[in-house]
Design a binder for this molecule. Structure first.
Ligand code: DGL
Length: 266
């Protein structure tokens, strides 16, 4: 039986996007043993129904519970919008950390009062996102833009091809025409596009994403629950419901350790 504090933390996303959050957790909490599941066989969550996403989230949560995880990080805005409430109801005694587009920090940071949000269709259409705007964006103009097609390219390790560049420029155009000076990356895949974004955006547009805040939130909750791991732990392990070699290649392209990848049988 594992000591609870030395038990692992499960982190998941529809695919490789959550690796942008995982990297922040690895940096902030080097003693935590991390397990990562990428549901690459079912991307994009952003174009799926909330019911489908909830089913996938329960399957992945069960997978991590069988491995004794002490906490679950939903490193996916779309999954959080569709399934966080359901998972919290199902597992009331488990630490579950979700994430949502950083509307509050962006509303505080904008200088001209115009904020853009690039996120998946599912996130932008969710009741949770509407509630977030009601709560934190009353005094600013928020321009939203779904980005279908971006996730599929990032999943292939494409962070800079001409077609990706054209697609991203197409999505940025209305946000820039609307005058946003602050752009929220509301999908965990999009931080991997930062180099390309910096080429396509004027230098005075600030980018806001949530990976580091999620890592800090996890740290706070583990500390409060007395569950922080104080001893050094094993390397991060990865599972994917997609092709194992493709996942390995993407890990390598992102500069991450790619040795411990296994098929996700759920
Ligand atoms: N990475 C996910 C998010 O943060 C969604 C990607 C997808 O559409 O599968 O919303």
């Amino acid at each position: 039986m594992l000591e609870r504090s030395s038990a692992p933390v499960g982190v998941f996303d529809s695919g490789v996007g959550g690796l942008s959050v995982l990297a922040e957790i690895q940096r902030l909490l080097p003693n935590e043993h991390l397990l990562y599941a990428g549901d690459c066989g079912h991307i994009p969550y952003g174009e799926k129904t909330p019911e489908f996403i909830r089913e996938r989230c329960v399957a992945i949560a069960e997978f991590f519970r069988q491995r004794g995880a002490k906490a679950l990080v939903m490193a996916c805005n779309t999954a959080t919008a569709a399934a966080a409430a359901d998972l919290r109801e199902r597992y009331p005694d488990w630490l579950i950390i979700g994430m949502e587009p950083a509307v509050k920090p962006a509303a505080m940071a904008t200088r001209n009062g115009i904020v853009g949000v690039l996120a998946t269709t599912g996130t932008l259409q969710s009741a949770r996102f509407a509630a977030l705007l009601d709560r934190f964006a009353a005094d600013v103009t928020v321009l939203t833009q779904p980005g279908p097609g971006l996730v599929e390219r990032i999943e292939q390790g494409d962070l800079s091809s001409p077609p990706l560049r054209a697609l991203l420029a197409h999505y940025l155009q209305p946000l820039l025409a609307g005058g946003c000076d602050t752009l929220i990356l509301g999908c965990t895949h999009y931080p991997f596009l930062k180099p390309l974004l910096s080429e396509l955006l004027p230098p005075d547009v600030a980018l806001v994403d949530t990976g580091a805040a999620v890592a800090r939130h996890l740290q706070r909750l583990l500390t409060q629950a007395g569950l922080s791991n104080l001893q050094a732990c094993g390397p991060t392990r990865y599972w994917t419901s997609g092709d194992v070699n493709d996942f390995r290649n993407v890990l390598q392209a992102f500069g991450m350790n790619s040795e411990l990848v296994e098929p996700l049988g759920t």
